[in-house]
Design a protein around this ligand. Structure first.
Ligand code: BEZ
Length: 385
């Protein structure tokens, strides 16, 4: 082949590739629970993510989006296979997930091995932005430590000296208890007993009997989703809400107050979101979400919405070209996300630095009481990046 023909062919091939990329849809893999105790959380994250894509004319970073969805059932044993399906079979450009810390830890391992860009829209496993932090792993939610740590200070400030903790025995529960204890015991409190049961069991009766016998000043728990509803109702049915105040991170009461009914009223929690945050972004987000999905948004919807915003910010900087990974990551790292929770930036470990709010359940809302800790950054212990 002559040199001229060779060059012309090369130019044609280049144009064809560029054209194909520009037209090709951005492949987003949503690996979330759509069944089981966390089903409502997975749905809210999906809705929030899609709401932002919709607002953007169906695009992220200028590219039309195609979704690939897997129900991960909050089952860590199935997580590696599910993540591989999305990455190898569906060839997703970005892996988004999940809710359950154990599932997300397995996903992150696959994402690291395959160098897939991953955005965590809920799971709080401290390791994801701690010892397992990586340039390709981002989170738009929280660490398990963050809001539990704030609640440790709040309970101590209320002069509760002895606390019994109760949770599901898995990463999120254990790390929430650790975060709570760190602040509570620093302020002079004492955790007198840690109780737990396997995820996602809801046979709470023996634990309620034990709590009644121990008579602590307060109880701190981590539960979420359908299991949280059952726990709060059982706590009230046992009459414990009259004698021993119950405290928790806001995962207990977000998206669950309607189902809890009377039993949920007055519960005080800490979280990086509250229903009545008065910023224009939150107000318009809540209106648009309610219109689109005929339900009220919660923290999970916010985290999904912000995952889409973060990906959009990264992709916009490279005109949708995911092959420009270094530039894309840099843009995500320096993004300021205008979240309904209030604006936030990411820490060096890729976790939101955010205000933690004190909230009180009233009617169907987790009403904002005050800012418990301003701009709280996770300590990111063990992250070398
Ligand atoms: C978690 O497993 O990390 C988690 C699940 C539900 C709510 C909050 C955290």
């Amino acid at each position: 082949m002559s040199k001229l023909k060779h060059t012309a062919l090369g130019a044609l091939l280049l144009l064809a590739t560029l054209g194909a990329n520009a037209d090709e849809k951005l492949r987003i893999g949503l690996m979330l629970p759509y069944t089981g105790t966390y089903a409502a959380l997975g749905t809210a994250i999906t809705n929030g993510f899609k709401l932002h894509v919709e607002e953007n004319g169906g695009k992220l970073g200028g590219r039309a989006v195609e979704f690939f969805t897997v129900d991960d059932e909050s089952d860590p044993a199935k997580a590696t296979e599910n993540a591989n399906k999305l990455i190898k079979r569906d060839r997703v450009d970005v892996l988004v997930g999940s809710v359950h810390s154990g599932v997300a830890l397995a996903m992150a391992k696959v994402a690291r091995e395959t160098n897939t860009l991953m955005v965590v829209p809920n799971a709080g496993a401290d390791e994801l932005t701690g010892p397992l932090c990586a340039p390709n792993i981002f989170r738009t939610s929280f660490t398990n430590w963050q809001s539990a740590y704030a609640m440790g200070h709040e309970v101590a400030a209320r002069k509760r000296r002895s606390v019994v903790t109760l949770t599901w025995k898995y990463t999120a529960g254990q790390q929430s208890i650790d975060g709570f204890k760190e602040a509570f015991e620093k302020d002079g409190g004492k955790v007198v007993k840690d109780l737990n049961l396997p995820f996602p069991n809801v046979e709470f009766q023996p634990f309620l009997t034990e709590i009644a016998a121990l008579k602590p000043d307060a109880v701190f728990v981590f539960f979420s989703g359908a299991g949280a509803v059952k726990f709060v109702k059982d706590y009230a049915a046992a009459g414990l809400n009259k004698t021993i105040p119950l405290y928790a991170t806001g995962f207990l009461t977000d998206g669950t107050l309607e189902a809890m009914g009377e039993a949920g009223q007055g519960l005080v929690t800490t979280l990086h979101y509250a229903d009545g945050i008065l910023n224009p972004k939150n107000q318009s987000f809540r209106l648009r979400y309610a219109k689109a999905f005929k339900s009220q948004p919660d923290v999970f919807a916010v985290q999904g919405y912000d995952a889409a915003q973060l990906i959009d910010a990264g992709l916009a900087a490279v005109a949708g070209d995911v092959s420009k990974r270094a530039e894309l990551v840099k843009a995500m790292e320096s993004a300021r996300i205008e979240s309904p929770r209030g604006p936030f930036v990411l820490s060096k470990a890729h976790n939101p630095i955010q205000d933690i709010y004190l909230r009180k359940a009233e009617g169907k809302e987790n009403k904002l009481v005050s800012v418990s800790i301003k701009a709280l950054a996770d300590p990111a212990r063990g992250c070398r990046m």
